[in-house]
Design a protein. Sequence first.
Length: 142
Amino acid sequence: MFQGASSLSLDAKGRLSVPTRHRDALLAQANGSLTITKNRDGCLMVFPRPEWEIARERIAKLPMSAQWIKRFFLGNAMDVDMDATGRVLVSPELREFAGITKDVILLGMGSHFELWDKTQYEAKEAAAMQAEMPDVFKDFSF
């Protein structure tokens, strides 16, 4: 399970250095093989390859009425491998979609990560904190 937020910067070639605390788990779970695809919220999703394969099978089984959703997730998925120093290349097409230029936030979301442009993430987080609490959380407590 991946959790936590990391403020990172992409290098000039568009490579993301995976935080050290996640590298060992990604090497053990996926041999450093990842898949990056679009998220409808405007960020990117980064999956360890075995987790992506599970999601990919579920998406592929969707009916024809969901063809555009299949195109969105599957058609934009890019397989990448961590290099020896723990970096992964985020394609120009995916960076452009998410508005990512340099500064990013990598969020652990359990089975995968979300990769956000830092400015966009901060704006969306601030708006979400001002919005009313969703009903599902009204009776939630720790």
